[in-house]
Design a protein around this ligand. Structure first.
Ligand SMILES: [Zn+2]
Length: 60
């Protein structure tokens, strides 16, 4: 078994378990494991990571 060398140690993201609690997609884990074995935030319950300047969400 040879692991891909393009990524060394991938640190799992930190999901909000409060949001993931009732999620049927990730079953409360907040993260999903891809077919490559990588952990990524659940797209169903976890908000997208804010990268620098966040878009001003105008709540109506
Ligand atoms: Zn989820």
């Amino acid at each position: 078994m040879a692991y891909g060398a393009h990524r060394s140690h991938l640190v799992p993201p930190h999901p909000d378990l409060g949001l993931a609690r009732d999620c049927e997609q990730c079953l409360g884990w907040g993260t999903l494991v891809t077919r490559d074995g990588d952990h990524e935030l659940c797209h169903m319950c976890q908000p997208d990571p804010v990268d620098g300047e966040g878009t001003a969400a105008s709540g109506s």
